[in-house]
Design a protein around this ligand. Sequence first.
Ligand code: MSP
Length: 666
Amino acid sequence: MSETFYVTTPIYYVNARPHLGHVYTTLVADSLAMFKRQRGIDTFLLTGTDEHGISIERAAAARGIPVKQHVDEIVDEFKAAFAKFNVRFDRWIRTTDDYHESAVQELWRVLEERGHIYKGDYEGWFCGYCNEYRDVEQDVDNPLCPLHDRPLDRVAEESYFFRLSNFQAPLIELYDSRPDFVQPDARRNEVRSFVAGGLKDLSISRVSVKWGIPVPNDPKHTIYVWLDALSNYITALGWGNDRYKEFERYWPALHLVGKDILRFHTVYWPAFLMGAGIELPRQVFAHGMWLSGGRKMSKTLGNTVDLAVLHAHFAPDMIRYFVLREMSFGQDGGFTYEALIDRVNSDLADGLGNLASRTLTMIKNYFGGQPPRRFAVGADRDEMRNAIEQAKARFHEEYDALNFSRAIEAAWAGIARIDKFITDNQPWKLAKDSSARDRLEEVIATAYEGLRHVVLLTAPVLPETTLEIWGQMGLNGEPLKINPDESKWGEPLDASTIDLISPAFPKLNKEKIMAEIEDQKERPQAAQQPAEHATTKEQEVASPLGATQAAAPAVADKISIDDFVKVELRAATVLEAERVPKSDRLLRLIVDLGEAEPRQLLAGIAEHYAPEDVIGRKIIVVANLAPRKLRGLESNGMLLAASVGEDGKPVLATFTEDVPNGARLK
Ligand code: MSP
């Protein structure tokens, strides 16, 4: 039987729009799947959406639309977000799919038959965003979820329970006998000590939640959303249903998850599987979080990186490369646009891109575009061949161990070696000396051959651009379909004449892009357009994210009064106003908020209001917003404006009666 590989991503909640964090796990899984397929391994990549549960029910209610309509819309956004990166998944599971729903009920029946489920009463606190029960200090009246800063729900109702407490010993045995089951080691230790501390039985049904899968034979109960969601990994292959038939072929899986959902995957999930007598996953690898402002990037906290802004400035391959290279897989990493631009410029434009253009340009200039295949003999040839073989071996080893960043470093060591070889041999001088023609051929043939191997190697990291470079090199086929380990140094090639050479990665202008991003952050979402230099390499998809974002109404959940009072809205008068130099959109305002000193704030309204239009106007300001720098100027607050029409034209909020500066709105 041929080797198979099954990799999964978490299935994403459809209570909010996709952001960089979601895209991250999917890009990693996709790049890993490409790596395996390229090496001839029969690979299956599963991703999808987690569509049941109380927070999704509430998100739909807040929009005033049926839950199914809400989930369909957000699923389309997730699909569009992944299509933008051309993610090559084999199946997209939705937990609202019929075959999944009936298979989850089948799993319930099996667990019940095997004596792992009983009926009781549950009383406690529940976070609808984590879908997790939370232990809370006795004397707190309105506790908040420590992860989401949102109020917890008090739950007191009849519930079915899973006998999780019976699985403490088998789980400890699992972690100890299969140290690779949970990775990295730090995560295994964390989960092991959690389990060693004792396990309580788990409430696995809710009477007060309607949006979900009914418990077989007791439909007033809805199956706990994590039991429903975790099962996706087997139902998608056909376990418990007739729709698919791939369970035998692909199970067990490598589950890639964020460390935020470690416990569900390494405690509950193996316990459910053990209970049902199903083989356990191959591994659960919990990666770190992208942080923004020091906290996990999450829609609930409102600190995500907007995909529309990212795509407006960076080609999909640049983003994919950055997330794989910048984050040590398993550790947290902070995201900044500056770091992304620096990586693109140093590694892609100056690194791979430059190597490709200089090599191909020399072939065009010195050999009429036909790549030479005369290789040097002896030490010179061996050294270059060895350097590339070494880069390939290390890349393979590190990638297989999910050390993506180190694998990429190895490939880039190969690039640096070829660059040095070119510089040391100065082919531009050899080209002027007709007696050095053979040597010139050897040097260029070696550089071209090195480039060919590097392009094959990095195809899972830069799938779109390596295909483009491959074509420019005059080579047939697709790098992703050629196994780099089987492609030999100096093997015969059928290369056509090199003709069109265009830089694979144009150098990015950091200052300009940063200024545009700052401007865009201020701009209402509907008005966001790709910046003028948005790269042409971006793939267009049937439903590009930008368009979906403009069309779909914002997804908002209900907030409590506690959330509202956190926002300090105050009346103010504009004392001074002027345009911010080199910005079309920003006005610098000095406003009187009834404080000891007037404040400076920046407002993205210059396209619609001249400075003289706003001087003397009464406005409303969010007074307790953390200060922010835009174009080197500090903004201490935000003025309120309605966003009107297709282009999101701002219209300033004001009062029709006299209000003193500093008066609070509540
Ligand atoms: N629906 C559950 C998962 C069920 S799996 C059976 C869920 N969904 S989620 O939409 O909240 O997405 C969680 C996953 O998205 C994380 O585990 C991680 O893979 C990814 N990320 C979300 N935010 C992230 C960061 N800030 N950084 C990195 N990955 C992040 O939990």
